[in-house]
Design a protein around this ligand. Structure first.
Ligand code: GDP
Length: 453
């Protein structure tokens, strides 16, 4: 019951000190909290100038704005209020301290406002996920995708699929009720089948797209033999000293990441330890992780040392991973000039994408970054992805499997089984939306939120 729930409060704006701090309060005692702190409840949804006082001493803490959003048409679905005060640490501490003294009020847990919005039916689970992504978005493409999911890109689609499934189910069940009349069940099943077929196809197609990748970033691994200059290039890309660069082989023992924003798309560049056989157990672990990263990468930049390439009669060993895309990056091009340089340039087959550069002098690095940006742009389609998480994907898969089961049952004239499969499919979509069977996953989802959201 909402009425005996705690009233929660939290600082919802960023880390102090800041010009303004927004403190949010939600729950049945939100109005009472306003009375206690500013002496009144302002008109709904209008900013009101207010002195905020400590309810016990009556001392003025600060002056700011108060907003009152009565439930159920508020963000959480409950009575909600926002105080905008000056964003100093002591101001915030005093206001939060005053709220904590009020009966029935306590600090909010991470994601608790959003969780209440979900529980009060203001957001379905796909919108909650979109909201989490919107808060976490670092690039413009991530922001666009997250916003569309918050606004129901997947949620509304899934709800309409669910409605159509329920219609199909109703037809089959009606057929079962009239199973004493020869043709009715068959006829109803045929009509249900006509509804299901396009639906199964549409839901099956929904899993396409690079939604997860857009959330996490395209993965580009820099790999190659020790001392080729991988860490030096990585640092140049990171524009900071993130990886240790040393003239001795085998110093990068772990996998380092740097996040780049290329034309609005997120790219995670991984610096892998020099891939080579080694007896050192720590380095061995680094090599193992590096190999795993290379195997998972969307693009591998296989780096070789220009001075090791192109000497007459000498080949270069390329260990390009068999699946996925790889480019050859010939580094230390500053060390080869004249005929040696031309030999390097012609050392690789035409089928390979080759970039010549110097991580030390930065020659050719911009060209590599531009090529990465073009690759990224092609990788992510401009179409918004319906599916952005494994959780969503697995529920859609479950739906499609059940729909196939329903189609098979229809073919065999098994109306009871068809109805059961349709119920399973409806349930899977219900899980996707967070309508059924969600208790065990909610903690996981809301844990990712910050406090005050
Ligand atoms: P990693 O083992 O592949 O990560 O190689 P490092 O980045 O640690 O580089 C190995 C050595 O090569 C270091 O001494 C670097 O300063 C040097 N180095 C890296 N890139 C270049 C380059 O483009 N030109 C020259 N001349 N030296 C480089």
């Amino acid at each position: 019951m909402t009425s005996d729930r705690d009233t929660i409060f939290a600082l919802s704006s960023g880390r102090p000190p800041a010009a303004i701090a927004v403190i949010r309060i939600s729950g049945p005692r939100a109005g009472a909290a306003l009375e206690a702190l500013i002496g009144r409840v302002p008109k709904p949804r209008r900013a009101a100038l207010a002195r905020v006082r400590d309810p016990e001493s009556g001392d003025v803490i600060d002056e700011g704005l108060a907003l009152w959003f009565p439930g159920p048409n508020s963000e959480t679905g409950e009575d909600t209020t926002e105080l905008q005060v000056h964003g100093g640490r002591a101001v915030i501490a005093a206001v939060l301290g005053a709220l904590a003294k009020l009966q029935g009020c306590r600090p909010a847990e991470a994601g608790e406002f959003t969780r209440r919005a979900f529980e009060n039916g203001r957001l379905d689970l796909t919108a909650v996920e979109g909201l989490a992504d919107l808060v976490a978005a670092e690039t413009q493409a991530q922001r666009r995708q997250a916003y569309q999911h918050l606004k129901g890109l997947l949620g509304e689609r899934a709800e309409s699929w669910r409605q159509r499934l329920i219609e199909a189910l109703a037809l089959v069940e009606a057929g079962i009720d009239f199973s004493d009349q020869e043709d009715v069940p068959k006829d109803m099943m045929a009509r249900a089948l006509a509804l299901i077929r396009p639906l199964a196809e549409e839901i099956g197609r929904a899993g396409a797209g690079q939604g997860e990748r857009l959330r996490e970033g395209l993965r580009v691994a820099i790999a190659g033999p020790p001392n080729a200059g991988k860490s030096t290039l990585f640092n140049r890309l990171a524009k900071r000293e993130a990886a240790i660069v040393s003239p001795f082989p085998g110093t990068t023992r772990d996998v380092l990441e740097v996040h780049l924003d290329l034309g609005g798309y997120p790219v995670t560049v991984l610096d892998t330890a020099g891939i080579r056989a080694t007896a050192d157990p720590i380095e061995h672990e680094g090599v193992r992780r590096a190999s795993a990263q290379v195997a998972n990468a969307d693009l591998v930049l296989w780096m070789v040392d220009a001075t090791a390439v192109g000497a007459p009669g000498e080949g270069v060993r390329l260990e390009l991973p068999s699946d996925g895309v790889s480019w050859v990056v010939v580094n230390k091009i500053d060390l080869v000039t004249g005929p040696a340089r031309r030999r390097v340039e012609s050392a690789f087959g035409r089928e390979l994408t080759v970039h010549l550069l110097s991580s030390l002098t930065a020659e050719g690095v911009d060209e590599l970054v531009n090529a990465l940006a073009r690759f990224t742009d092609r990788f992510f389609s401009p179409e918004p992805a319906l599916v952005t998480r494994e959780r969503q994907r697995s529920h859609l898969k479950e739906t499609v499997v059940a729909l196939r089961g329903a189609q098979d049952a229809a073919q065999n004239g098994q109306e009871e089984i068809m109805a059961e499969q349709l119920r399973l499919a409806t349930r899977a979509l219900g899980k996707l939306l967070g309508r059924v069977d969600v208790e065990d996953i909610l903690d996981v989802i809301f844990r990712d939120f910050c406090i005050g959201k």
